[in-house]
Design a protein around this ligand. Sequence first.
Ligand code: HDD
Length: 697
Amino acid sequence: MPPLDHEDRKQQREESTADDPATGPLTTDQGVDVDRTDDSLTAGERGPTLLEDFHFREKLTHFDHERIPERVVHARGAGAYGWFEPYESCAEFTRAAFLQDPSVRTPVFVRFSTVQGPKGSADTVRDVRGFAVKFYTSEGNYDLVGNNFPVFFIQDGIKFPDFVHALKPEPDTDIPTGASAHDTLWDFVSLQPETLHAIMWLMSDRAIPRSYRMMQGFGVHTFRFVDAAGRATFVKFHWKPKLGVHSLVWDEAQECQGRDPDFNRRDLWEAIAAGEYPEWELGVQLVPEEDEFAFDFDLLDATKLIPEELVPIRPIGRMVLDRNPESFFAETEQVAFHTANLVPGIDFTDDPLLQARNFSYLDTQLLRLGGPNFSQLPVNRPVAPVRTNQRDGFHQGRIHRGANYFPSSLGGGHPDVSGPRMHHPQQVHGPKTRTRAVSFTDHYSQAALFWHSMSDWEREHIVAAFRFELGKVTAMQVRTRTVAELAHVDLDLAQRVARGIGVPEPAEKGPEFGAVSPALSIEALPGDGSVRTRTVAVLAHDGVDGRHLTSVREALAARGAVVEVIAPEAGSLDTTSEGPYPVDRALPTVASVLYDAVLLPGGPVGTPDLITDPDVIRFARDAYRHGKPLAALGSGVGVLSAVVPDTVRLATPTSGAVADRGVVSDAAAGPARAEFVEAFTRALAAHRHPQRPPVRY
Ligand code: HDD
C-alpha cells in the first residue's frame, strides 16, 4: 500500500529542515564560505590567536554548548520511524481518527530505552525497557509512553523521585552504572512491598531482551477510550512483537556489555537498514465502565495487570518500523514524549501514577530542551496543522501571523475553538485527602501470579537473578528483609533465594496464591516461528569443505537468517571444493554472545588447530551454556564433541542428522542435507534450549 498523504507530509517537513552538505563549501553559521578550518588566525606564523577569528570562536563556542541534559531516566535509547495502521474501524469504542480507517497509515516515531543507566551505558543491563510511541495523527500527536513490563514499581507518582533515587547509582560513589544490584534499591524494595510485582518482572528474563524487536510493549495504565457518542470504555494497550518475545541469559547479557555495549541499538539499526522491518501488533483489553469494580484489584493501580484469561486481548492494528533516523541528536535525543499528548477519543483515568506523569513529562522537557518551543523540533512537530496563541520564548522558530489572543475580532476571529470535546466529562467528587486507597493494598497476589505462571527454567533464572542482585547487597538486614517479603509471594521462592545469599531461610508462609496466567510466560510468546534476522556464526578454517559453507549460507539466507563465516584470520579461507571463500569476521573480533547460534562445518583436512584454539573452545562452550543452537557438519561433528563434550550426550555424531535440545549434527560429507537444515532451522526458531543438562565447566 503506498504511503498516504500525511505520512509524506511528515517526511517532507523533516527534509525542509535538513541541510545538504554537497551543495557547496563549508560555511560559518552565517553562511559565509570558509577557506581554511584547520588553523587559527594568528599574529605571525607562530604567534597568538587573534580575537577577531570569528570562525574559530564560533566553532569552539558551538562545540562547548553541544550537550543538553540527558533524560533523568531513560537516558539511553534508540529510535526509529514507521507507521501504524488499524485492522478495521474501532469506532465501536473510540472516535480517535487514527483508529478508524484501515486504509490510513499514521506515521510514528518509537524510542526504546533502558532506565537506570546514563546515555553512555551498556544496552544489555538488567532493567526495564522503555517503549515510547509517538503517533503523528491527523488530529494531532498522540504519545503512548510505555514499557516492556505491564506493571510499574510504585502506585503513586509522588514516590517516583524516591524510587528513582534508590534505583540510580549510590549517591556517594555513583556506582553501579546501569545496574540494580546495589544496597539502596533493595533497601527501598524491602520496605516498599508495592514494588514486588514489577521486581518479579525485573528479575525475570524480560529484563534482558535479546532485541528491542523481540519484546512486548505495554501502556501499563488503564486509559479510557471514548466513542463519538461520548461513551467511555476502560482500555489497556499491548504491543506484541511479530518475531516473538526472546531474551538473553544473564551470563550472556553481562559478557555482551563488554563485547558490544550497543548490542540492542545496533540490532535495531541493522535490521531496519537491511529491510527487515520490525513489526508489532497493537492489542487492547477493553473493560466496560460498569465493570470498573468487577476485579479483585483496582484498575487504577499500575502495579496490577489484567490477566488475559480474564479479559482477552483484542488485536486492533499493526506497527512497522521502516526508517532509521538520520541524526541521533536531532531526532532520537530531542524527541519529547508526554503522557498528556492525547487525541480526542483517548483519555486518562484517575490512576495516580498517570496523573503524576502528566505533570512530569512537560516539566522535564522544558529543562532538557531549553524552553517551551520544543514541539517545533522536526521530530516533535505534528503533521496536523498547528494554530496556537502561544508565542515567543527561547528558540522560537515560527513566524506567527495574526492575533495572539482569544477572543479576537481584529484577527478575524481566528483561530476559533470549534474542535471536538477534548475531555471525557467524568464525575469527580470526594474530600481532599493524602491517603492510599484501600483497594491498592494487596501487593503480593499478582507477584505470586507471575511466579506461578513461569516455566521451571524461567523460575530458575528468577531465583538466580535474586541471588545475584541480593548477593551484591552489603547490608545483611536488607537481604533478610527482602527475603521475608518474598516469603509473602511464595515460600519456595524465598527459601531458594535465601540459601544462595547466606541468610536464614524463612519458615513462615504468607497467604497461598493459586492463580496462574499462562500468557505471562515467555514460552507463550514464540512469535511466528520464522528465523528471520537470527544470526548464525559459522566457525571455519582453512581446508574446510566449501560445500558446507555455501549450502548452509544459501539455505539459511533463504529463510531470512544472517550467516557470518568466522575464521581465525580475516581475508579468505582455502576450501577443499570451492576455492577461496571470503571471511566475514576474524575470530578475535567477535564472540558467541553476539550470535544466536553456532555452526561448525567440516572438511577432509584435519582440525587439530580448531580443537585446541581457546577462542573456538570458548565460542562453542558459551553457545552451549547459553542454551543456543549448536550444529556441526561432517568432521565438524568431531570438533564439536571435542570442544563441548556435553554435546556427545545429546547428539550422536554418526547417526545421520540428529537434533536434541538444540544440538544438531550430521556427520555426512558434502552439502548440508535438507534434513539437517530443517532440524537446525527448528532449533534456531526455538531461540533457546534451556532444558539442557547442567554444564560441567
Ligand atoms: Fe516515565 C521518561 C515510561 C512512570 C517521569 N518514562 C520515560 C520514558 C519512558 C517512560 C518510555 C522515555 C521516553 C523517551 O524515550 O523519551 N514512565 C514510563 C512508564 C511509567 C513511567 C511506562 C509507568 C507506568 N515516569 C513515570 C513516573 C514519572 C515519570 C511516575 C514521574 C512522576 N519519565 C518521567 C520523566 C521522563 C520519563 C522524568 C524522563 C525523560 C522524559 O520524561 O522525557 O519525565
